[in-house]
Design a protein around this ligand. Structure first.
Ligand code: PLP
Length: 408
Protein backbone atom coordinates (compact mmCIF):
# COMPACT_ATOMS: atom_id res chain seq x y z
CA UNK A 1 0.00 0.00 0.00
CA UNK A 2 1.35 3.45 -0.89
CA UNK A 3 0.83 6.39 1.46
CA UNK A 4 0.46 9.83 -0.06
CA UNK A 5 1.76 12.66 2.08
CA UNK A 6 -0.43 15.72 2.34
CA UNK A 7 0.79 19.20 1.44
CA UNK A 8 0.80 21.75 4.25
CA UNK A 9 -2.40 23.25 2.81
CA UNK A 10 -4.13 19.88 2.55
CA UNK A 11 -3.24 19.09 6.15
CA UNK A 12 -4.70 22.42 7.32
CA UNK A 13 -7.82 21.83 5.23
CA UNK A 14 -8.30 18.29 6.52
CA UNK A 15 -8.01 19.35 10.16
CA UNK A 16 -10.43 22.24 9.69
CA UNK A 17 -12.88 20.00 7.85
CA UNK A 18 -12.97 17.73 10.91
CA UNK A 19 -13.18 20.30 13.68
CA UNK A 20 -13.96 23.87 12.59
CA UNK A 21 -17.62 24.82 12.35
CA UNK A 22 -18.22 25.14 8.63
CA UNK A 23 -19.47 28.72 8.36
CA UNK A 24 -16.78 30.03 5.98
CA UNK A 25 -16.29 29.02 2.37
CA UNK A 26 -12.53 29.59 2.24
CA UNK A 27 -10.33 30.01 -0.84
CA UNK A 28 -7.80 27.14 -1.07
CA UNK A 29 -4.83 29.10 0.27
CA UNK A 30 -3.28 29.28 3.76
CA UNK A 31 -1.36 32.44 4.56
CA UNK A 32 1.44 31.93 7.04
CA UNK A 33 3.42 35.19 6.91
CA UNK A 34 3.20 38.79 5.77
CA UNK A 35 5.40 41.83 5.23
CA UNK A 36 3.99 45.22 4.30
CA UNK A 37 1.44 44.65 1.53
CA UNK A 38 2.81 41.15 0.78
CA UNK A 39 1.40 37.87 2.01
CA UNK A 40 3.10 34.46 1.77
CA UNK A 41 1.28 31.12 1.67
CA UNK A 42 2.19 27.70 3.03
CA UNK A 43 4.07 26.90 -0.21
CA UNK A 44 6.12 30.11 0.06
CA UNK A 45 4.20 31.82 -2.79
CA UNK A 46 4.03 35.62 -2.60
CA UNK A 47 0.81 37.64 -3.03
CA UNK A 48 0.08 41.35 -3.19
CA UNK A 49 -2.71 42.05 -0.71
CA UNK A 50 -5.44 44.37 -2.04
CA UNK A 51 -7.86 43.34 0.73
CA UNK A 52 -6.01 43.68 4.08
CA UNK A 53 -8.19 41.08 5.78
CA UNK A 54 -11.34 43.03 4.76
CA UNK A 55 -9.99 46.40 5.79
CA UNK A 56 -8.32 45.35 9.03
CA UNK A 57 -4.55 45.23 8.44
CA UNK A 58 -4.46 49.01 8.10
CA UNK A 59 -0.69 49.31 8.60
CA UNK A 60 0.03 46.29 6.42
CA UNK A 61 1.50 43.06 7.74
CA UNK A 62 4.25 42.70 10.37
CA UNK A 63 4.43 46.50 10.79
CA UNK A 64 7.55 47.14 12.83
CA UNK A 65 6.09 49.80 15.12
CA UNK A 66 2.88 47.88 15.78
CA UNK A 67 4.75 44.61 16.37
CA UNK A 68 7.10 46.35 18.83
CA UNK A 69 4.22 48.05 20.68
CA UNK A 70 2.24 44.80 21.02
CA UNK A 71 5.30 42.85 22.19
CA UNK A 72 6.19 45.54 24.71
CA UNK A 73 2.61 45.64 26.02
CA UNK A 74 2.51 41.84 26.31
CA UNK A 75 5.60 42.00 28.51
CA UNK A 76 4.13 44.82 30.62
CA UNK A 77 0.40 44.17 31.17
CA UNK A 78 -2.26 42.73 28.86
CA UNK A 79 -5.52 42.89 30.75
CA UNK A 80 -6.93 43.99 34.05
CA UNK A 81 -10.72 44.52 33.50
CA UNK A 82 -12.96 47.54 33.40
CA UNK A 83 -13.25 47.35 37.20
CA UNK A 84 -10.02 49.38 37.30
CA UNK A 85 -8.32 52.24 35.50
CA UNK A 86 -5.35 51.80 33.18
CA UNK A 87 -3.47 54.54 31.35
CA UNK A 88 -4.34 53.69 27.73
CA UNK A 89 -8.15 53.61 27.34
CA UNK A 90 -8.49 57.32 28.07
CA UNK A 91 -5.78 58.09 25.51
CA UNK A 92 -7.62 56.08 22.84
CA UNK A 93 -10.88 57.87 23.69
CA UNK A 94 -9.17 61.27 23.64
CA UNK A 95 -7.71 60.66 20.18
CA UNK A 96 -10.96 59.27 18.76
CA UNK A 97 -12.91 62.23 20.17
CA UNK A 98 -10.51 64.68 18.57
CA UNK A 99 -10.77 62.84 15.25
CA UNK A 100 -14.57 62.50 15.21
CA UNK A 101 -15.82 65.56 17.12
CA UNK A 102 -17.90 63.21 19.31
CA UNK A 103 -16.94 63.66 22.93
CA UNK A 104 -17.38 60.15 24.42
CA UNK A 105 -16.14 56.69 23.52
CA UNK A 106 -17.19 53.17 24.50
CA UNK A 107 -14.52 50.62 23.62
CA UNK A 108 -15.48 47.07 22.60
CA UNK A 109 -13.99 44.25 20.52
CA UNK A 110 -15.53 44.21 17.05
CA UNK A 111 -17.63 46.06 14.53
CA UNK A 112 -20.81 44.17 15.44
CA UNK A 113 -20.36 45.04 19.08
CA UNK A 114 -19.85 48.69 18.17
CA UNK A 115 -23.11 48.67 16.19
CA UNK A 116 -24.85 46.83 19.01
CA UNK A 117 -23.65 49.48 21.48
CA UNK A 118 -24.87 52.32 19.24
CA UNK A 119 -28.32 50.73 18.92
CA UNK A 120 -28.52 50.25 22.69
CA UNK A 121 -27.40 53.82 23.40
CA UNK A 122 -30.03 55.14 20.96
CA UNK A 123 -32.69 53.11 22.78
CA UNK A 124 -31.38 54.33 26.15
CA UNK A 125 -31.52 57.95 24.96
CA UNK A 126 -35.27 57.78 24.26
CA UNK A 127 -35.90 55.71 27.41
CA UNK A 128 -34.26 58.46 29.50
CA UNK A 129 -36.30 61.10 27.64
CA UNK A 130 -39.48 59.14 28.43
CA UNK A 131 -40.50 58.98 24.76
CA UNK A 132 -41.68 55.83 23.03
CA UNK A 133 -39.75 55.48 19.78
CA UNK A 134 -40.07 51.87 18.64
CA UNK A 135 -38.63 52.22 15.13
CA UNK A 136 -35.19 52.15 13.56
CA UNK A 137 -34.73 53.09 9.91
CA UNK A 138 -32.03 51.14 8.07
CA UNK A 139 -31.04 50.95 4.41
CA UNK A 140 -31.44 48.26 1.81
CA UNK A 141 -28.09 46.63 0.84
CA UNK A 142 -26.86 47.34 4.39
CA UNK A 143 -24.51 45.18 6.42
CA UNK A 144 -23.96 45.90 10.10
CA UNK A 145 -22.82 42.57 11.55
CA UNK A 146 -24.03 39.18 12.78
CA UNK A 147 -25.15 39.73 16.38
CA UNK A 148 -28.93 39.90 16.87
CA UNK A 149 -29.20 43.70 16.98
CA UNK A 150 -26.72 44.29 14.16
CA UNK A 151 -28.35 41.54 12.10
CA UNK A 152 -31.77 43.12 12.63
CA UNK A 153 -30.60 46.26 10.77
CA UNK A 154 -28.81 44.23 8.08
CA UNK A 155 -30.99 43.90 4.98
CA UNK A 156 -29.82 40.67 3.32
CA UNK A 157 -32.55 38.00 3.76
CA UNK A 158 -29.95 35.28 3.31
CA UNK A 159 -28.28 36.37 6.56
CA UNK A 160 -31.55 37.17 8.37
CA UNK A 161 -34.05 34.43 7.60
CA UNK A 162 -32.49 31.50 9.54
CA UNK A 163 -32.38 33.58 12.73
CA UNK A 164 -35.87 35.07 12.92
CA UNK A 165 -37.47 36.51 14.93
CA UNK A 166 -35.05 39.43 14.97
CA UNK A 167 -35.30 42.70 16.92
CA UNK A 168 -38.64 44.25 15.88
CA UNK A 169 -39.31 47.76 14.58
CA UNK A 170 -36.73 47.96 11.77
CA UNK A 171 -37.85 49.48 8.45
CA UNK A 172 -35.61 49.37 5.39
CA UNK A 173 -35.58 52.12 2.78
CA UNK A 174 -33.84 52.08 -0.61
CA UNK A 175 -30.36 53.55 -0.53
CA UNK A 176 -29.85 56.98 -2.14
CA UNK A 177 -33.60 57.59 -2.43
CA UNK A 178 -34.18 60.85 -0.52
CA UNK A 179 -37.98 60.80 -0.95
CA UNK A 180 -38.31 57.25 0.45
CA UNK A 181 -36.14 58.15 3.44
CA UNK A 182 -38.09 61.33 4.19
CA UNK A 183 -41.37 59.43 3.98
CA UNK A 184 -40.19 56.69 6.35
CA UNK A 185 -38.76 58.80 9.20
CA UNK A 186 -41.27 60.02 11.78
CA UNK A 187 -41.63 60.91 15.46
CA UNK A 188 -41.64 57.12 16.10
CA UNK A 189 -38.09 56.81 14.76
CA UNK A 190 -35.47 56.31 17.46
CA UNK A 191 -32.56 56.29 15.01
CA UNK A 192 -31.49 56.07 11.40
CA UNK A 193 -28.54 53.76 10.85
CA UNK A 194 -26.47 54.01 7.67
CA UNK A 195 -23.04 53.09 6.35
CA UNK A 196 -21.64 56.25 4.67
CA UNK A 197 -20.08 53.88 2.14
CA UNK A 198 -21.98 50.59 2.02
CA UNK A 199 -19.20 48.01 2.04
CA UNK A 200 -20.62 44.49 1.87
CA UNK A 201 -23.52 45.88 -0.17
CA UNK A 202 -21.17 46.52 -3.08
CA UNK A 203 -19.12 49.64 -2.19
CA UNK A 204 -21.91 52.20 -2.59
CA UNK A 205 -21.14 55.67 -1.24
CA UNK A 206 -24.21 57.60 -0.06
CA UNK A 207 -24.88 60.57 -2.32
CA UNK A 208 -24.69 64.09 -0.86
CA UNK A 209 -28.42 64.51 -1.73
CA UNK A 210 -29.28 61.43 0.32
CA UNK A 211 -27.05 62.63 3.16
CA UNK A 212 -28.92 65.96 3.08
CA UNK A 213 -32.25 64.10 3.32
CA UNK A 214 -30.96 62.14 6.34
CA UNK A 215 -29.94 65.38 8.06
CA UNK A 216 -33.27 66.96 7.20
CA UNK A 217 -35.19 63.95 8.60
CA UNK A 218 -33.14 63.95 11.82
CA UNK A 219 -33.62 67.69 12.34
CA UNK A 220 -37.36 67.48 11.63
CA UNK A 221 -38.12 64.49 13.90
CA UNK A 222 -35.29 64.46 16.47
CA UNK A 223 -34.28 60.97 15.34
CA UNK A 224 -30.68 60.09 16.17
CA UNK A 225 -28.21 59.27 13.39
CA UNK A 226 -25.89 56.28 13.70
CA UNK A 227 -23.12 56.25 11.09
CA UNK A 228 -21.65 52.78 10.77
CA UNK A 229 -18.06 53.53 9.78
CA UNK A 230 -16.70 50.09 10.67
CA UNK A 231 -15.49 49.70 7.07
CA UNK A 232 -15.36 53.30 5.80
CA UNK A 233 -13.93 55.04 8.88
CA UNK A 234 -10.48 55.85 10.21
CA UNK A 235 -9.05 57.26 7.01
CA UNK A 236 -10.10 54.49 4.61
CA UNK A 237 -11.76 57.02 2.26
CA UNK A 238 -9.07 59.69 2.71
CA UNK A 239 -11.22 61.49 5.33
CA UNK A 240 -11.13 60.52 9.01
CA UNK A 241 -14.83 59.61 8.70
CA UNK A 242 -16.77 59.58 5.44
CA UNK A 243 -19.98 60.74 7.20
CA UNK A 244 -18.49 64.22 7.72
CA UNK A 245 -17.17 64.31 4.14
CA UNK A 246 -20.72 64.02 2.76
CA UNK A 247 -22.29 66.43 5.26
CA UNK A 248 -23.65 64.01 7.87
CA UNK A 249 -23.45 64.92 11.55
CA UNK A 250 -23.97 61.62 13.35
CA UNK A 251 -24.84 61.37 17.05
CA UNK A 252 -23.19 57.95 17.16
CA UNK A 253 -20.45 56.34 15.04
CA UNK A 254 -19.48 52.67 15.10
CA UNK A 255 -15.90 51.75 14.20
CA UNK A 256 -13.77 48.60 14.23
CA UNK A 257 -11.67 46.87 11.58
CA UNK A 258 -8.73 49.27 10.90
CA UNK A 259 -8.58 50.55 14.47
CA UNK A 260 -6.37 47.78 15.87
CA UNK A 261 -4.42 47.01 12.69
CA UNK A 262 -5.32 43.34 13.25
CA UNK A 263 -5.76 43.30 17.04
CA UNK A 264 -9.51 42.99 17.72
CA UNK A 265 -11.01 46.28 18.89
CA UNK A 266 -14.13 48.28 18.09
CA UNK A 267 -15.67 51.42 19.49
CA UNK A 268 -18.87 53.41 19.67
CA UNK A 269 -18.28 57.17 19.42
CA UNK A 270 -21.01 59.11 21.19
CA UNK A 271 -22.19 62.71 21.27
CA UNK A 272 -22.44 64.45 24.65
CA UNK A 273 -26.21 64.76 24.12
CA UNK A 274 -26.57 60.95 24.01
CA UNK A 275 -23.81 60.23 26.53
CA UNK A 276 -25.61 62.32 29.16
CA UNK A 277 -28.51 59.85 29.15
CA UNK A 278 -26.36 56.81 29.93
CA UNK A 279 -25.67 55.59 33.46
CA UNK A 280 -23.20 53.35 35.24
CA UNK A 281 -23.90 49.70 34.47
CA UNK A 282 -25.92 50.34 31.30
CA UNK A 283 -23.39 48.56 29.10
CA UNK A 284 -20.06 46.79 29.48
CA UNK A 285 -17.55 44.34 28.10
CA UNK A 286 -14.96 42.10 29.77
CA UNK A 287 -12.26 42.58 27.14
CA UNK A 288 -13.41 45.95 25.81
CA UNK A 289 -10.55 48.46 25.78
CA UNK A 290 -7.95 46.26 27.44
CA UNK A 291 -4.32 47.33 27.40
CA UNK A 292 -3.27 45.22 24.41
CA UNK A 293 -6.08 46.44 22.15
CA UNK A 294 -5.64 50.06 23.25
CA UNK A 295 -1.89 49.96 22.69
CA UNK A 296 -2.46 48.69 19.14
CA UNK A 297 -5.11 51.35 18.47
CA UNK A 298 -2.79 54.10 19.73
CA UNK A 299 -0.09 52.88 17.37
CA UNK A 300 -2.54 52.91 14.41
CA UNK A 301 -3.78 56.40 15.30
CA UNK A 302 -0.21 57.69 15.71
CA UNK A 303 0.52 56.58 12.15
CA UNK A 304 -2.79 57.86 10.81
CA UNK A 305 -2.69 61.30 12.33
CA UNK A 306 0.91 62.15 13.30
CA UNK A 307 2.61 59.84 10.81
CA UNK A 308 0.95 61.42 7.77
CA UNK A 309 -0.98 58.30 6.74
CA UNK A 310 -4.23 60.23 6.23
CA UNK A 311 -2.60 62.54 3.68
CA UNK A 312 -0.91 59.53 2.05
CA UNK A 313 -4.31 57.81 1.58
CA UNK A 314 -5.62 60.93 -0.19
CA UNK A 315 -2.66 60.90 -2.60
CA UNK A 316 -2.51 57.19 -3.41
CA UNK A 317 -6.31 57.00 -3.43
CA UNK A 318 -6.46 59.46 -6.34
CA UNK A 319 -3.84 57.39 -8.14
CA UNK A 320 -5.84 54.20 -7.56
CA UNK A 321 -9.04 55.82 -8.80
CA UNK A 322 -7.35 56.88 -12.03
CA UNK A 323 -5.87 53.41 -12.62
CA UNK A 324 -9.24 51.75 -11.93
CA UNK A 325 -10.92 53.94 -14.53
CA UNK A 326 -8.22 52.91 -17.02
CA UNK A 327 -8.97 49.26 -16.17
CA UNK A 328 -12.69 49.89 -16.66
CA UNK A 329 -12.04 51.38 -20.11
CA UNK A 330 -9.93 48.35 -21.06
CA UNK A 331 -12.40 45.71 -19.83
CA UNK A 332 -15.96 45.70 -21.16
CA UNK A 333 -17.20 43.58 -18.21
CA UNK A 334 -16.50 46.47 -15.79
CA UNK A 335 -19.69 48.53 -15.73
CA UNK A 336 -18.91 50.98 -12.95
CA UNK A 337 -16.10 52.05 -10.58
CA UNK A 338 -17.31 53.18 -7.13
CA UNK A 339 -15.55 54.26 -3.96
CA UNK A 340 -13.17 56.80 -2.46
CA UNK A 341 -9.61 56.82 -1.10
CA UNK A 342 -8.64 53.17 -0.64
CA UNK A 343 -12.09 51.50 -0.76
CA UNK A 344 -13.18 50.61 -4.28
CA UNK A 345 -15.69 48.38 -5.99
CA UNK A 346 -15.76 47.33 -9.63
CA UNK A 347 -19.33 46.52 -10.63
CA UNK A 348 -19.21 43.81 -13.30
CA UNK A 349 -21.81 42.87 -15.87
CA UNK A 350 -21.54 39.27 -14.60
CA UNK A 351 -20.84 37.28 -11.42
CA UNK A 352 -17.61 38.52 -9.83
CA UNK A 353 -16.79 35.24 -8.05
CA UNK A 354 -14.44 33.85 -10.79
CA UNK A 355 -12.27 36.98 -10.57
CA UNK A 356 -11.11 36.05 -7.06
CA UNK A 357 -9.34 32.74 -7.96
CA UNK A 358 -8.13 34.26 -11.24
CA UNK A 359 -6.48 37.08 -9.26
CA UNK A 360 -5.09 34.67 -6.63
CA UNK A 361 -3.53 32.61 -9.44
CA UNK A 362 -1.75 35.82 -10.51
CA UNK A 363 -0.61 36.55 -6.95
CA UNK A 364 -3.19 39.22 -6.05
CA UNK A 365 -5.72 39.09 -3.19
CA UNK A 366 -9.12 40.69 -3.88
CA UNK A 367 -12.66 39.94 -2.78
CA UNK A 368 -16.10 39.58 -4.27
CA UNK A 369 -19.12 41.15 -2.61
CA UNK A 370 -22.79 41.64 -3.52
CA UNK A 371 -22.47 38.96 -6.25
CA UNK A 372 -21.23 41.22 -9.04
CA UNK A 373 -18.70 43.49 -7.33
CA UNK A 374 -14.91 43.07 -7.03
CA UNK A 375 -13.94 44.83 -3.80
CA UNK A 376 -10.54 46.38 -3.08
CA UNK A 377 -9.52 47.43 0.44
CA UNK A 378 -5.70 47.50 0.40
CA UNK A 379 -3.59 48.24 3.48
CA UNK A 380 -3.63 52.00 4.05
CA UNK A 381 0.17 52.11 3.72
CA UNK A 382 0.17 50.85 0.10
CA UNK A 383 2.32 52.89 -2.32
CA UNK A 384 1.44 54.00 -5.87
CA UNK A 385 3.90 51.45 -7.31
CA UNK A 386 2.34 48.65 -5.28
CA UNK A 387 -1.11 49.73 -6.47
CA UNK A 388 0.11 49.55 -10.07
CA UNK A 389 1.57 46.10 -9.48
CA UNK A 390 -1.62 44.77 -7.83
CA UNK A 391 -3.93 46.29 -10.41
CA UNK A 392 -1.85 44.86 -13.28
CA UNK A 393 -2.56 41.41 -11.79
CA UNK A 394 -6.24 42.25 -11.34
CA UNK A 395 -6.46 43.50 -14.93
CA UNK A 396 -4.95 40.22 -16.18
CA UNK A 397 -7.46 38.30 -14.04
CA UNK A 398 -10.36 40.31 -15.49
CA UNK A 399 -9.00 39.60 -18.98
CA UNK A 400 -8.91 35.86 -18.27
CA UNK A 401 -12.48 35.88 -16.91
CA UNK A 402 -13.62 37.88 -19.93
CA UNK A 403 -11.96 35.40 -22.30
CA UNK A 404 -13.61 32.49 -20.42
CA UNK A 405 -16.99 34.20 -20.70
CA UNK A 406 -16.45 34.74 -24.42
CA UNK A 407 -15.88 31.03 -25.03
CA UNK A 408 -18.56 29.84 -22.58
C1 PLP B 1 -20.17 48.40 7.98
C2 PLP B 1 -19.93 47.21 8.87
N1 PLP B 1 -20.49 47.19 10.09
C3 PLP B 1 -20.28 46.16 10.92
C4 PLP B 1 -19.51 45.08 10.55
C5 PLP B 1 -19.32 43.94 11.51
O1 PLP B 1 -18.02 43.96 11.99
P1 PLP B 1 -17.39 42.66 12.71
O2 PLP B 1 -17.29 41.60 11.66
O3 PLP B 1 -16.04 43.15 13.20
O4 PLP B 1 -18.29 42.29 13.83
C6 PLP B 1 -18.92 45.08 9.29
C7 PLP B 1 -18.11 43.92 8.87
O5 PLP B 1 -17.83 43.71 7.71
C8 PLP B 1 -19.13 46.17 8.42
O6 PLP B 1 -18.59 46.21 7.20
Amino acid sequence: MTTTSLTALEEIQAREARHVLQTYRRAPVAFVRGQGVRLYDSDGREYLDLLSGIGVASLGHAHEGLARAIADQAQTLLHTSNLFYHPLQGQVAERLSALSGLSRVFVCNSGSEAVEACLKFARRYWYTKGETRPEVIALEESFHGRTMGALSVTSDEHYRAPFAPLVPGVRFVPVNDPAALLAAVSSSTAAIIAEPVQGEGGVRPLTPAFAAAIMNACERTGALLIADEVQSGLGRTGSPFYARAIGLKPHLISIGKALGGGVPIGAALISEQVAETISFGDHGSTYGGNLLACRAALCVMDELIDGGLLAHIGRVGRHMEQRLHEIASAHPIVKEVRGAGLIWGLELSREAAPVVPAALARGVVVNRTADTVVRLLPPLVITADEIDEGLAGLSAALGAVEADGATA
